[in-house]
Design a protein around this ligand. Structure first.
Ligand SMILES: [Zn+2]
Length: 499
């Protein structure tokens, strides 16, 4: 029997918001143990079960390494990064020859002393595994693809959707392409086009982002094309190589990969005026609801306080605005407050407590804590993403406080407290886009609010100092090619060169 083919599996990533001054420490990854086993409080589920399922073949030996993920926050500590690399080094050396590497990364990780965390991971893997080994990575749609990533990976595949509902599909795609590559059925060749272009956070369910998603799928139907995807970048990671990037992978056809990356890149560039979003201010929204009560039930998305973008989830601005305008029939889901959850749990359901809601980590951004007498109406066990939730009632308002730091992705935590989004007047969520998938069917209207918070939504609201210039929309450029290096067409030297 021929020797087993060993495929290294790595899940390690972070979306770093460099405007958040607090470091993402080992603890925020759940500590050393959770770096191996996975962090149930983070937004990304483990992708390992899908890899295991696709790779279940008698001639394949999957080698599991790290499952290290933390929710978006400030720069990742060097200690965490070195710990992860140490485990990877040990696993690679223990196993001798590695035949392939499958990674789930985010693509917007910034270390405390290196702006390209995941580029460093890929460079490290490439050096340890050797030049001939296929290294495939699945990345978030909000990845900032860097030259180092492209120079060291053989294939990069981005999620096609936002809300990210195709994560496991992309993981399956990557694993299948790996098997076909190891079987000698395909020879992937990757080309990428970096654009001097920043995008705001657009859902792919409508408008220009939907068109781009459709276009990527159209390219994939062409003969010889293996995968085509578009990274929108994450402008809150203020690094030199922040921005959009098109990636095209074909079977052996370097010219075709180049042509698609170039053509698709030009289409994205032509649509650049449509990559900004509009938002409302909270007072406008509440005035609209006074004039149009038939818009309820509704969701108000507190986009700038989205923990999924590196905010605290502790902003009290919308809470105060609701009370000021007399909108008590509201649910707030979720305010971050592990100490408050503990205080409520000690007091027990039915008890009245003196609560201080929100505003602990960064009152200068989020507002002072909201102090009130509140009745504890429900307490949950550990929920994925949210951790433990305590429901506090203040007048007719329900404030749900979570011990975890996940964004409001689904209404599960709200239902677990016996509340109903469809019956409440207003539900405030701490999320930008991900909530839409589960909440849209439950309400009449969604309002996206950009208020104060640590996750800026408008490119012009932040002061970018490291992002490479010129860049659209901050600079008035009409020709992506004329932006020099920033509009470069790049190839992976570790893809097959068509032999
Ligand atoms: Zn994302």
């Amino acid at each position: 029997m021929p020797p087993l083919k060993k495929i290294l599996l790595v899940q390690y990533g972070h979306e770093t918001n460099t405007f958040n001054p607090f470091p993402t420490t080992l603890e925020r990854f759940g500590g050393k143990e959770k770096i191996l086993t996975g962090n149930p409080l983070c937004d990304l589920e483990s992708t390992l079960p899908v890899y295991r399922e696709v790779l279940a073949r008698p001639d394949i030996l999957p080698v599991e390494t790290v499952n290290a993920w933390a929710n978006p926050w400030g720069r990742v500590s060097r200690e965490t990064h070195e710990y992860v690399k140490e485990i990877l080094r040990r696993k690679i050396r223990e196993n001798g020859k590695i035949d392939g590497v499958l990674l789930t990364l985010h693509g917007a990780m910034v270390l405390e002393d290196d702006d390209d965390g995941e580029g460093d991971v890929l460079e490290f893997i490439r050096r340890e595994a050797g030049p001939g080994v296929p290294v495939f990575a699945v990345l978030d749609l909000h990845a900032n693809v860097t030259e180092k990533m492209l120079r060291n990976a053989s294939v990069l595949i981005h999620f096609d959707t936002y809300p990210h509902i195709d994560i496991m599909d992309r993981v399956r795609e990557s694993a299948r392409l790996m098997l076909d590559t190891l079987d000698g059925k395909i020879h992937p060749v990757m080309a990428a086009r970096k654009l001097p272009l920043l995008s705001e956070f657009l859902p792919t369910t409508e408008g220009i982002a939907k068109k781009f998603q459709t276009l990527a799928l159209e390219y994939e139907k062409e003969p010889g094309v293996l995968t085509v995807s578009l990274a929108y970048g994450f402008f809150c990671a203020d690094i030199r190589e922040s921005g959009m990037c098109v990636v095209a992978v074909t079977d052996s056809d370097r010219e075709k990969a180049r042509k698609i990356a170039d053509e698709f890149g030009r289409t994205v560039w032509a649509g650049r005026d449509l990559l900004q979003r509009s938002f409302s201010m909270i007072d406008e929204v509440l005035d609209d609801l006074k004039a149009h009560p038939e818009n309820k039930p509704c969701v108000i998305a507190d986009c700038c306080d989205n923990p999924g973008g590196g905010a605290t989830g502790e902003s009290t601005h919308i809470l105060r605005a609701l009370l000021k305008h007399g909108f008590e029939d509201s649910i707030l889901a979720f305010m971050h407050g592990p100490e408050l959850v503990e205080q409520a749990a000690k007091a027990g359901t039915g008890a009245e407590i003196d609560a201080a809601v929100g505003g602990k980590i960064s009152p200068e951004t989020d507002g002072e804590p909201f102090r009130c007498k509140a009745r504890v109406t429900a307490l949950t066990g550990e929920l994925p993403r949210q951790g433990k939730v305590a429901a506090l009632q203040v007048g007719k308002m329900h404030i749900l406080v979570q011990s975890g730091n996940g964004q409001t992705w689904t209404p599960e935590g709200i239902c677990a407290c016996g509340l109903d989004v469809g019956k409440s007047g207003i539900t405030v969520v701490k999320s930008t886009v991900h909530f839409r998938h589960a909440f849209e069917p439950l309400v009449r209207k969604i309002y996206s609010v950009a208020g104060p918070g640590m996750a800026p939504q408008k490119i012009r609201d932040v002061k970018l100092t490291r992002t490479r210039r010129p860049v659209y929309p901050l600079d008035d450029i009409t020709d992506a090619d004329a932006a020099g290096n920033n509009g470069a067409l790049l190839f992976s030297p570790y893809s097959d060169t068509g032999g």
